[in-house]
Design a protein around this ligand. Structure first.
Ligand code: FAD
Length: 804
């Protein structure tokens, strides 16, 4: 056996084999896969082998498209069969909400180039004749849906990898992974020890155990899952062509032809987690006992939807476990806090996603970054030091149960909550706070304070029942003063003799002088946006950075990877908290709470001052686009600060406001938001963030060459704002922009400006078309809505209020 290798991939399921293949495809041939038994000895061997492109996250959907298109390439390369059946599939909608979701998906597919289409009940009958279409409104047809042979496909990946120089060692169980001081790994197996530069954990059902060998906790959990294969059915084997897939979200089932019969699987509500305390090492090629009780209701529903099943005999039942992350997407990438340790785990749809996972991981390892935004599957998205098995388990159960549910843009899922709360939780709850959740933290979405304002926001694709409360909060900010926590910002303290030099290198923008703030993009070497930060200079050797709360592990991982001597980085997101106050009366409220001179504070100034009894850092800036202050204090002093500000605010009619109002207010100024307008999918020049890049500074900051190249040759697309002639549904994200009858762009985000009484969208369109007044159409829930490009902000266009 080889005893040294550049990469050791642990696990020979479909995911490990895909990673191995993609590493060779991108140029690394000194790579090795270690499998404790034969290839496919985890979830892979008993999968139903179905694949499809539908995924609520657009980047995940694109990677699923990549995976499906890869199979033919793999067959051609290896001469092996993946057992492909490209039969197409329909996803049914039996109510308006489900139909809305399909319409929204179809709209997204237009600019992604996916050839899906909405079909009527009559067309469904022709495409998928076993379907009883009573009560069905329509369906989404995807010609790319199909199924394959799980074992054949895994072996094809393995052969392709071997052809690229990879080695595969079967019956080689990894028992320990020990890191050396230089960051490389000694991997102890039953066949001896292997020295590897990198480890990829593709342990599937055993990913938790493999992770624990290196002290890594990966938030995933196995769930039991069952599908049934019927005896031969004449209605099926007498058809001229193979019956396509049918996804029936109402029945939480997926159905397809298997041989001369059918196969149907269920995501049943009375589902069961498997191996809660750890996956046994002796589990392998066996199945779990049949359990009809668990799927009794699902079967009864399926008999109504597919009457042919009622008289079909059952040939076999496949009941096995596979793993899920809390949101159902994979866990991919460099594990935060670790060196040379990569995750390729939690892949619940290995045959839809395995190719994309392999490609992204290989790009990340070899090229240092991926070609697209992978945040939806980044192992860092839950926060390595925040997440626990106690959180993961209920979230995974919820995700399994909601696998076929409508995913609403404003939906807040209830499992594992409240988990992390600030000192304000009870005070805000008593004031009617309606909570959302971000990175495990409870965040107030709005406050139900007036008669008729709902204490639960009904999930919807249209304007929700929180509309009135949000309008009231927006009005309070614009007419007087509003108050909101600043807990949900990621906050970092940077100190040390080289703090400024490091920030200058890591951030593309200007690093401010003492007492001032600046806004700056953080770029990847290829010039992609990997952060939008506010930098506050509190002293020549002390800075505060603020950015997205949900990206803490993502950003910390990047900072640590690019750390310099003489710099101390502290993530103080949960230690330093406080409030923002915004609106024309904000200055008066702050002045009443401190003996410091607030009137001398200019826009983008930062000062230390005592507010009430709390030692605070006060910044004159506000994402609402209004006159405003962010007031940071130690978490222990937050309640005292609250009562100081709140009591002082009463004479001005101060109101608390939540994230719904904040996201409406920012639209008035066309401010972008992280992971919508600003994400690794886009560059600074595409999104207008290049105006914050300091080309003057004499520093070779990360991404400089790419940013300069964009100055020479501006990118093809540009971020613009539109006023939309919407009715009851505003833009959410990824709706296509039609210009002269062609899809020429897509929305990044949108919503309703309560201040201006207008529906607003932000979108990327071809640069040469980006002219004030351009008329376009935006497809929202299947309807073409007229929209006009606008360049003048809806509020405070000259900045007089914000800066005054
Ligand atoms: C009933 C059922 C139906 C399914 N249907 C579908 C479907 O239709 N479509 C779809 O896309 N997905 C389906 N899935 C899910 C699919 O099976 C998984 O997404 C996929 O198999 C995950 O592959 P993996 O490589 O991540 O993990 P696994 O297949 O679990 O592979 C992990 C491998 O790692 C090895 N390993 C673990 N620890 C060690 C160690 N210490 N040393 C060496 N080797 C180790 C294991 O032996 C194993 O071979 C289904 C799953 C089930 C249970």
């Amino acid at each position: 056996m080889k005893t040294t290798t550049r990469v050791a991939v642990i696990g020979g399921g479909v995911v490990g084999c895909s990673v191995l293949y993609h590493l060779t495809k991108l140029g690394w041939s000194d790579v090795m896969l270690l499998e404790r038994s034969e290839l496919t000895s985890g979830s892979t061997w008993h999968a139903a082998g179905g694949f499809h492109t539908l995924n609520g996250d657009t980047n995940m959907a694109a990677l699923q498209g990549y995976t499906i298109n890869l199979y033919k390439e793999l067959e051609a390369l290896t001469g092996m069969s993946c057992g492909l059946h490209h039969v197409g599939g329909v996803t049914l909608a039996d109510n308006q909400e489900r139909f809305d979701m399909l319409l929204a998906e179809r709209a997204k597919h237009r600019y992604m180039g996916l050839e899906t289409e909405i079909v009527t009940p009559d067309e469904i009958k022709k495409i998928a004749p076993v379907t009883n279409t009573d009560g069905i409104l329509g369906a989404l047809y995807d010609p790319l849906d199909g199924h394959l042979d799980p074992s054949g496909t895994t072996h094809a990946y393995a052969k392709a990898a071997r052809m690229g120089g990879a080695t595969i060692e079967t019956h080689c169980k990894v028992e320990e992974t020990n890191q050396r001081a230089d960051g490389t790994w000694d991997i102890v197996t039953n066949k001896g020890t292997i020295h590897a530069e990198h480890i990829v954990n593709a342990g599937g059902l055993w990913a938790r155990e493999v992770g624990a060998m290196a002290g890594v906790y990966l938030p995933l959990h196995p769930m039991e899952h069952q599908y049934i294969v019927t005896d031969d059915i004449p209605d099926i084997y007498n058809m001229d062509s193979e019956h396509p897939h049918v996804m029936d979200p109402a029945g939480e089932s997926y159905l397809r032809q298997e041989g001369r019969g059918l196969c149907i699987g269920f995501y049943e509500q009375p589902c069961r987690p498997w191996a809660v305390d750890g996956t046994p090492w002796d589990f392998g090629h066996e199945l779990l006992p049949d359990d009809y009780d668990k799927i009794e209701d699902s079967i009864a529903f399926a008999y109504k939807r597919f009457p042919v099943l009622e008289t079909a005999g059952i040939k076999s039942v496949i009941h096995g476990p596979f793993t899920f992350a809390p949101d159902g997407n994979p866990l991919v990438g460099p594990v935060p806090g670790m060196r040379n340790y990569w995750s390729a785990c939690g892949v619940m749809a290995g045959f839809s996603q395995g190719g994309g996972v392999g490609l992204m991981l290989a790009q990340w390892m070899i090229e240092g970054e991926t070609e697209r935004d992978t945040f939806a599957m980044d192992v860092a998205r839950f926060g390595q030091d925040v997440i626990t098995p106690g959180y993961t388990l209920p979230k995974v159960i919820e995700n399994y149960q909601k696998r076929f549910s409508v995913a609403y843009p404003n939906e807040e899922l209830p499992a594992a909550r409240p988990f992390r709360t600030t000192p304000m939780y009870d005070i805000f709850s008593d004031m009617g706070a309606v909570w959302g959740q971000q990175y495990g933290l409870e965040v107030a979405n709005y406050f139900a304070r007036e008669e008729g304002e709902p204490s639960y926001e009904t999930p919807s694709f249209r304007r929700s029942d929180a509309f009135g409360a949000t309008a009231r909060e927006v009005n309070a900010v614009r007419s007087s003063v509003g108050i909101n926590e600043v807990q949900n910002f990621g906050k970092y303290r940077i100190t040390g003799p080289n703090a400024r030099a490091w920030l200058d290198r890591i951030m593309a923008g200007r690093i401010p002088k003492e007492g001032r703030l600046s806004l700056t993009p953080m770029l990847s070497p290829k010039g992609r946006l990997i952060g939008d930060f506010t930098v506050s200079c509190l002293g020549e050797k002390e800075f505060q950075l603020t950015a997205s709360y949900g990206s803490q592990a993502f950003h910390t991982r990047w900072f640590e990877k690019n750390m310099d001597e003489g710099v101390i980085l502290e993530n103080i997101s949960d230690r330093r908290t406080g409030f923002q106050i915004a609106g024309p009366k904000a200055r008066e409220v702050l002045a009443a709470c401190t003996r410091s001179d607030v009137s001398e504070m200019k826009f983008m100034d930062v000062r230390r001052m005592c507010v009430g009894m709390a030692d605070c850092i006060v910044q004159r800036v506000s994402y609402t686009g209004d006159l405003g202050f962010e007031i940071y204090c130690d978490a222990m002093a937050q309640r005292q600060l609250w009562w100081t500000l709140w009591n002082a605010g009463q004479e001005h009619g101060m109101q608390p406001f939540g994230m719904r109002a904040m996201m409406s207010l920012r639209l008035d100024k066309f401010f972008g938001s992280w992971l919508s307008e600003f994400s690794p999918d886009y560059t600074a020049a595409e999104t207008g963030m290049d105006r914050f890049i300091s080309f003057k500074k004499n520093v070779d900051f990360i991404g400089r060459a790419a940013a300069e190249a964009e100055r020479e040759t501006p990118p093809a697309r540009q971020l613009c704002a539109f006023e939309v002639d919407a009715e009851t549904a505003d833009v959410v994200a990824y709706e296509p922009i039609w210009i002269e009858g062609k899809v020429q762009g897509f929305c990044t985000s949108g919503g309703y400006s309560h201040y201006a009484g207008k529906s607003i969208a932000q979108a990327l369109i071809p640069r040469e078309l980006a002219q004030d007044g351009l008329e376009v159409e935006i497809e929202i829930l299947g309807h073409m809505r007229k929209a006009k490009l606008i360049t003048t902000p809806l509020f405070d266009a000259d900045g007089a209020r914000m800066r005054g």
